[in-house]
Design a protein around this ligand. Sequence first.
Ligand code: PMP
Length: 314
Amino acid sequence: MSNSKYLWWNGSQMPWEDATIHVTDIGWSTVGAIFEGIRAYWNEDDQEAYVFRLPEHMKRFEQSMKLVRLEQEYSTEMLTETILELIRANEHREDIYIRPLAYRAGGAGGGFSSFSSKAGILIDTSPRPTHLKTGKKQDACVSSWTRISDNVMPPRVKNISNYRNGQLATMEANINGYDVPLLLNDQRKIAEGPGACVMMVRDGKLITPGVTDSILESITRDAILQIARDDLGLVVEERPIDRTEMYIADEAFMCGTAAEITPVVSVDRYQLGDGNVGPITSQLEDIFLGVLRGTDSRHPDWRTPVGLKQLAKA
Ligand code: PMP
C-alpha cells in the first residue's frame, strides 16, 4: 500500500515514516479507540477536492470520544483545519480517504481496564478512488452472527472494537461464497452490514432501518435519504425490516463512506429484481457521485473545499 508523505500525530504534522510507537504498545491499545472514515473527491474542472460532510464527521468524532470517555484536548475546529492542511501538504489531486483516530494513550502494559482519559490522536490520508458507477455489485447473505446492540457495545459510534463483530460476520460470509453479510439485531430485524448501512426498494419506496435498530448513525445514509426524498421525490421509510423483506425486495444497496452506494443483487441467493443494478439505485448513484464531486451543484453545504485551487495559484 502506498502511503502519503505526511500524517498528523498528537499535535504535529510529520513524515509518515517518523510516526512510530513501541511494540509493547500493541495489545490493548485499540480497545475503546474510536475513528472516523471520511472521503474527499477530486473535481478536475475546479482543480479542487471537496471533503464530504466534514463538519458532520467531526461532530461524530467528538461524540464517539465522549461516549468512550476520552478527553478532547484539541478542539473540533482545530482538528478540522488540521485535516484540510494535511490534505494540502500531501498534495492529493485525486479521490482520497481521511482517517482520524483517537486512542487511549495510557502507555505500555496498562491493560484494558486502565482508565486514563488521555487521548492520542492520529490523522492520515490516502488515495482511494470512487467505485460509484463502476458496475460493482454484491451478493449478500443474512449472517448467523447477531449485530452488537446499544447495551452491549453501542454501534451508534465508530469504536474500533465494534468491528470485531463485523469481522466475524464477513469471514463467515466470504468463506460461504458471499460478498457481504447483513446482520440481524437482537430483535431479529435487519440492522446493517459490517461497515455500511443497508437500504432496500419495495414498490418504489426507499426503506432502511432506523437509527435505534442497532446501526451506526451513518452520514451517508442520511445524505441518501435526503437525496431520495428531496431530489428524486421518493417516499422514504425508516423502520424495522424483516429478513424475508430483503428476499423479495426489488432493489437493495449498501451505503457508507467506504461503500458509497454498492448495489446488492441477491440475498441468501434470492435474486433481487432482474439481478442487475436496479433503476432507483442507479439514479441515486448518478446524483450522489455528482454531488460528491461537485459537478452537481445541489447540497453545497456537504462539500468543504480543501483549498488546493488557491494553492496551485499561489
Ligand atoms: N455502519 C457501519 C458499521 C460502518 O462502519 C459505516 C462506515 N462508517 C457505516 C455504517 C456508514 O457510515 P458513514 O456513512 O457515516 O460512513
